[in-house]
Write a protein that binds this ligand. Sequence first.
Ligand code: PXP
Length: 236
Amino acid sequence: MKLAVNVDHIATIREARRHTIPEPVLAALLAEQAGAEGIVCHIRSDRRHIKERDLHLLKQTVKTKLNIEMAATDEMKHIAMDIKPDIVSLVPERDEEITTEGGLDVLANEAHLQAHIQELRQAGIRVSIFVDPDTDQIDACQRVGVDLIEINTGKYADLKPGEKRDQALEEIGQAARNGAGSGLVIHAGHGLDYFNIRPVTAIPEMKEFSIGFAIVARAALVGIDRAVREMIALIQ
Ligand code: PXP
């Protein structure tokens, strides 16, 4: 299983002072040197952390795989066409939210998403959808033509170990089996950290984890190289 590191919160620290440091691109390169097999960032419509200049620099420097999370809007589609990352991950976005709050409602937006995804794929970009572990939503992901899905682990991550968390984990496992059975590549992410990742790694369909906050928070104390290596050790 692979680790993709989300560098949004390196930019959050920078923007706390509207400064020029720390540099998300430098964090991305250090994460790659420590063994990360992908770099992720989210360009939000309010540009609260990652900005266009970060995308251009990441595109020029990332050696592994650049995955840009974005809303399925025309503005974002133009940015994707301009940057041409390896992967675009479509996520829902609400202005007031602190972080992405749930998976995309694919069922409610099938026609729009199908056309949007087709354009991105024709430009040579692989497309992912961030989706809740829900059978109907995952079936819809397959219909709209994505290459892969990222299963939202947020509900699982919010629960303490116990019966309800086991149930949330089982839902993720079932979703992974459904998605893989339909030919989708399975990624997962949101809220994963050094304490809750192990049970999710037991799901054999999982190919990659996208982790941001926990790694950046640990990196602030022990450095990014160690923070990334420790997470990789837990995943493999
Ligand atoms: N996946 C998606 C779709 C996200 O929006 C985020 C948060 O930016 C993550 C994964 C990473 O979540 P976390 O920062 O909690 O590790």
